[in-house]
Design a protein around this ligand. Structure first.
Ligand SMILES: *Cc1c(COP(=O)(O)O)cnc(C)c1O
Ligand code: SF4
Length: 427
């Protein structure tokens, strides 16, 4: 598979007809934030005749507004002046630190311990689910401009967050029988060769009875469907899914689809059919982001196509407050409008998509709508998942704010108490 990053990405943009002015923007922005596309994205997904406004181009390629103007200008001046590499790198690192690289305290929070040892690369935030970041799965086939894990693609240090030894996972699960779901994530765990996936999955089948559901968070169906069809170890992967299902486990690919285009190629359709033929399910989720899918019709079409292809619509996320969020972010009020209009356009079978949902520090918060209480305009929210399980499913109010983009920008209604907030690790 061919990849384009850095200078090769600039060359690709030029070869596909992007003007010099854009190519300069690309160089400046990609000196700070990570970008990479592969040949499938470049050849099958992006409509170059519509670039730069093409949604998949917006999803995967830099835009100057992804950096705050002063940062853009500083990096542009260094690049234009041919500054030495070390100076460029230092300026880029300083800029990255300004872009909230670890939203929601990702580095410190939810890291469990085993026999007094920190298990970096495991996250245990909600009782029944453990997130696993296998060290070999911490990159992706292409990068999304809005990725909230972007920091790990620009710094090797971040790999501290990855788990190396599958025995640490089974060891931890042996002490935590309440965990029913193991969710492999990254990066993209489907970047791993099947042989490596097997090293992670087989011990779960052999040594734990309690981990009943194995999930894989992946964008490979969008960015590299050959992983499940013609790739060298595709058949082997499908055999592994079959083995899990035969052992009574539920296997779910938590597929990230940002735009209906990603569901329209022959390759993705064949990949979905082959995965489903193993007994595994595919569930779909994605953040709602400006310039890519801030359009109710895009979501209605995406959910309808998913139902037709046997994919279950799951979450519509709110974009996190990190990296290029000034470019991709939307006000919560707008997110609500888009969700409501999109869901009106599909039948009940596609209304399994819940949203808009924020994966915030105190839990997964769903925004239900706006209402008027005691003469005050308010958002109605509830927790789908919470650090304190008693919060789940209990509606609460926040003062309506047309500009707020994230949970921690919300304020209580005048007659209410403070909003639930991060309450410390519990495991
Ligand atoms: C979303 C999420 C989960 C899984 O939640 P489900 O609602 O079961 O899909 C687990 N851990 C974290 C940290 C999450 O954000
Ligand atoms: S596929 Fe997921 S982890 Fe990878 S760049 Fe996109 S959002 Fe980030």
């Amino acid at each position: 598979m061919k990849h384009y990053a850095n200078e090769r990405l600039a060359q690709l943009a030029r070869d596909r007809g992007m003007p010099d002015e854009y190519v300069r923007d690309l160089r400046v922005v990609s000196s700070v934030l990570p970008f990479k596309v592969n040949e499938y994205v470049a050849d099958e997904l992006i409509d170059w005749s519509a670039a730069p406004d093409d949604p998949i181009f917006r999803l995967t390629f830099p835009h100057r507004d992804m950096l705050p103007a002063p940062v853009f200008d500083r990096m542009a001046a260094l690049l234009d002046a041919g500054a030495p590499r070390a100076e460029l790198r230092a300026a880029a690192t300083a800029a990255q630190l300004d872009l909230n690289p670890h939203p929601g305290g990702q580095l410190e929070a939810n890291v469990p311990t085993l026999d007094g040892r920190r298990l970096d690369g495991l996250q245990h935030k909600y009782a029944e689910t453990v997130l696993v970041f296998p060290s070999q799965g911490q990159t992706c086939h292409s990068y999304c401009g809005y990725c909230f894990r972007w920091a790990q693609f620009v710094s090797q240090d971040e790999l501290r967050q990855a788990l190396r030894d599958p025995a640490d996972l089974t060891g931890y699960l042996a002490h935590h029988p309440e965990v029913t779901d193991v969710l492999f994530t990254g990066g993209d765990p489907m970047i791993m060769r099947t042989e490596v996936v097997r090293r992670w999955v087989e011990p779960l089948l052999e040594r734990t009875d309690t981990a009943r559901t194995l999930r894989f968070g992946t964008k490979a169906l969008s960015y590299w469907p050959a992983r499940f069809t013609t790739g060298p170890d595709a058949d082997d992967l499908l055999r592994l899914f079959e083995e899990c299902v035969a052992r009574g486990r539920h296997v779910a690919l938590m597929a990230h689809f940002s735009h209906p285009r990603e569901l329209e190629t022959d390759a993705v359709r064949e990949a979905i059919a082959r995965i489903r033929a193993t007994g595994a399910e595919v569930r779909a989720q994605a953040p709602l982001v400006a310039h890519v899918n801030d359009d109710p019709a895009a979501w209605s079409r995406m959910w309808q196509l998913q139902v037709e292809l046997g994919v279950i619509p799951y979450y519509m996320f709110v974009e996190r407050d990190t990296g290029a969020s000034s470019y991709f972010g939307l006000p919560l009020a707008r997110a609500l409008d888009i969700y409501r209009e999109a869901v009106r356009g599909v039948s009940g079978l596609a209304r399994t998509a819940r949203g808009p949902v924020m994966s915030a520090a105190p839990g997964k918060v769903m925004l239900h709508g706006t209402t008027e209480v005691a003469g005050e305009r308010a958002f109605v929210l509830s927790f789908l998942q919470a650090r304190r399980p008693e919060w789940v499913g209990r509606p609460f109010f926040a003062a309506y704010d047309e500009h707020a983009q994230w949970y921690d920008e919300l304020k209580p209604v005048s007659f209410g108490t403070t909003l639930p907030s991060y309450a410390g690790d519990q495991w």
